[in-house]
Design a protein around this ligand. Structure first.
Ligand SMILES: *[C@@H]1O[C@H](CO)[C@@H](O)[C@H](O)[C@H]1NC(C)=O
Ligand SMILES: *[C@@H]1O[C@H](CO)[C@@H](O)[C@H](O)[C@H]1NC(C)=O
Ligand SMILES: *[C@@H]1O[C@H](CO)[C@@H](O)[C@H](O)[C@H]1NC(C)=O
Ligand SMILES: *[C@@H]1O[C@H](CO)[C@@H](O)[C@H](O)[C@H]1NC(C)=O
Ligand SMILES: [Cu+2]
Length: 322
């Protein structure tokens, strides 16, 4: 893991920015669990435990695999153009969205963070219980958290609104919690609003009405991104930003007749995000860390921070599936 990150860092420059591997046709599929020792030689890292032991806050139910998954991250101030509009962004290891954290239920996760920013930075694993939040007051800090709940989540920078400029990514905790009746675990589907502005300007805008008493609408997003990608009409670009048209859309490989799990994650600044796939029904199987009774819909709404896991069946249509 660390070796991959280092070679990635070495390749990054403003001329050749490191690309996130999310949202492209060769993004690796997610495995049902990551390799490692399985307690008592059982088939999965969680042994005989089932969904009902994954949801409740019962520490004695959590498997102890003795494994720690380690990540080495450097936060820097880098120029990237996710939708073609060049911005000063705050990112981990040069990429946006940041690296996906993956672990099996019960394992430990250690993230050694080096702060390459002028402002102090803190990270926050979203609500994997209280232990996830720590404060980073030095140049380097190692976060150590336990994967106590199962399935889909995300991490983000926690200093002011810095995550809005790029410090965020997905978290997957492989566990027994949800419906496993799907064939392919596609990849995270990170959904966000996107602002062509630095976070501190946005914060000033948000608090303008409170501080001046003058009614003021909060800033409107310039775009929406899926896995850090979208196009933008360059004629609309303001603020003197360099804009390159047709930056490209996120794409996902579907197989005909197969059931695909999509893990939708709203990592927006302020947007309630509506997600649909033209002409497809989705079966919702989980919300946040909790499995739900499966139900069909053609439109999923997620609030900021929320995750919804859906299953989508690939059509037998060569234009839409392979
Ligand atoms: C899940 O595990 C618990 C505790 O071992 C057991 O009581 C329960 O019957 C199991 N539920 C299912 C659906 O297998
Ligand atoms: C990032 O770089 C920009 C441009 O140099 C600068 O204005 C900003 O203060 C920097 N921000 C941080 C958090 O380092
Ligand atoms: C671009 O500007 C046109 C004309 O003002 C407007 O209709 C359109 O919604 C804008 N598009 C975006 C993505 O901002
Ligand atoms: C897809 O359709 C073709 C032609 O009708 C058929 O031969 C093939 O078996 C179908 N594949 C699946 C996975 O349904
Ligand atoms: Cu948070």
């Amino acid at each position: 893991m660390a070796a991959t990150l280092l070679s990635c860092l070495n390749l990054c420059s403003s001329a050749l920015p490191c690309q996130s591997n999310l949202g492209s046709l060769n993004t690796p599929r997610l495995p049902p669990y990551i390799n490692g020792p399985h307690p008592g030689g059982s088939l999965t890292p969680w042994g005989p435990r089932n969904a009902s032991s994954c949801i409740p806050y019962d520490i004695s139910a959590i498997p102890n695999t003795g494994v720690t998954r380690r990540y080495a991250w450097t936060v820097t101030n880098t120029t990237l153009s996710p939708d073609g509009v060049e911005l000063s962004m705050l990112v981990v290891n040069g990429v946006f969205p940041g690296e996906t954290i993956e672990a099996n239920w019960g394992e430990w996760i250690e993230v050694a963070v080096t702060n390459g920013l002028e402002d102090w930075d803190t990270l926050h694993g979203r609500h994997t219980r209280g232990n996830a939040m720590s404060y980073c007051l030095s140049k380097t800090f190692t976060y150590r958290i336990r994967a106590e709940l199962c399935e889909t989540s995300w991490w983000h920078g926690h200093y002011s609104a810095q995550y809005v400029n790029g410090i965020s990514g997905a978290i997957f905790i492989h566990g027994p919690s949800s419906d496993k009746s799907y064939d392919i675990d596609v990849e995270p589907v990170l959904l966000t609003d996107w602002f062509h502005d630095f976070y501190d300007n946005l914060i000033i805008d948000v608090f303008y009405a409170t501080e001046t008493g003058i009614p003021h609408f909060p800033p409107m997003a310039n775009n929406m991104l899926i896995n850090g990608k979208n196009n933008y009409p360059c004629a609309n670009a303001t603020g003197g930003h360099t804009c390159t048209p047709n930056a490209g859309l996120a794409s996902f490989k579907f197989e005909s007749g197969k059931k695909h799990r999509l893990r939708l994650i709203n990592h927006a600044a302020e947007a309630l995000v509506f997600f649909s796939i033209d002409g497809y029904e989705m079966t919702v199987i989980a919300n946040d860390f909790v499995s739900v009774v499966p139900h069909q819909t053609d439109l999923v709404q997620t609030g900021v921070g929320q995750r919804t896991d859906v299953i989508v069946t690939g059509r037998n249509n060569s234009k839409e599936s392979v």
